[in-house]
Design a protein around this ligand. Sequence first.
Ligand code: URA
Length: 431
Amino acid sequence: MHTVDIIMKKREGHALSQEEIKYLIENYTLGKIPDYQISALLMAIYFKGMNDEEAKDLANAMAHSGDMIDLSSIEGIKVDKHSTGGVGDKVTLILGPLLASVGAKFAKMSGRGLGHTGGTIDKLESIPGYNVELKVEDFMKQVKDIGIAIVGQTGDVAPADKKLYALRDVTATVDIIPLIASSIMSKKLASGADAIVLDVKVGHGAFMKTLEEAEKLAKLMVEIGRLSGRKMTAILTGMDEPLGHKIGNGLEIYEAIETLHGKGPKDLVDVTVEIGAHLLGDANIEKDFNQAKILLHQALNDGRAYHKFIELVKVQGGDTNVIKQPELLLSKKLEYVYAKESGYIEDINALEMGKAAMRLGAGRETKEDQIYMEVGIDLHHKIGSKVEKGDVLATLYVRDKGIEEAKNLILNALTIGQHQKEVVLIKKTIK
Ligand code: URA
């Protein structure tokens, strides 16, 4: 097989065979095909697209380019979730302990944040001592022993995707549905869970800006997972405003703890319980969707989920004092943003809010940037709230940078008008 022939085939708009995709991925991972040829191929894919079969073959070839984590020695159905990335999305931190507290096995490898979206691993690292790097054996033992582990990518999971993603990033070929779907699903397939719920975010704070695009991506990922024998569900949820009220690493741990105490904001609780109820059904723990939701609300309200979170933090080496006194996670230096007019909050641009938190130091612009764990934004209002001129719209937890820029971004991100709008959070479910 010759790489140049395969590039030409795609350039002419033909579908690639499974063997051709396997050849490309195996040899690219080994360094036998240079970046410039794969760059040309990516651009050809960008313009000519890929059919579902090619996307499935690509996901599988990338999944098999490294370790395939085998969780079969752990009894029961192992569950996982994935979010395509949003602002204020701390669902994993709540969902994991919640599911484990009612008997599910939650085996999760999470990522770090880049750009305006946060990452679960960074958030967990705001808990002093929390170890995100477990060996595969220790990861599995922990899931067996306490029903939950949340770690960074363990072992050599989907190295081809790592290489390809870095190349896509610098060749303007990230935002194409078959490549996004195969990239996400390669890591999910390699991570070993039996049942997966995908939370596909849609709106101005998300990768997918329209419902139509989000649905296409969701359907393709569900199909890829199902063809590989996994139980799959995708929910499309709004990212028209940040999820919950708090944005920033320590602040999001703080809000997760409030939620685990049964005092979470409605939107955050709703998404968490919705995903959880699908997974409880898939894991044969509670097949009735409404009963599953009731069970999850009970475990949030009676302390079971909170105690499982404490257990998780303790086992992974974290300081549980900060979980008991979460204000220790927040900067003491505060700034405020005030409303310049009266009316209803009509829009909160999640992308701009994410950028504002990043300017304060909560996120990275490059992979090497240091992040400040204690900074971020507490939004006092959601879409539909009534505010008066002079009301505090947001409290900023700050350190030494980006304060004025963040204030301006927040003011511009909030639209105050005369219409009281309602947000539809869970827009569609794809099974
Ligand atoms: N997240 C991924 O893991 N891959 C993509 O291509 C896009 C988002």
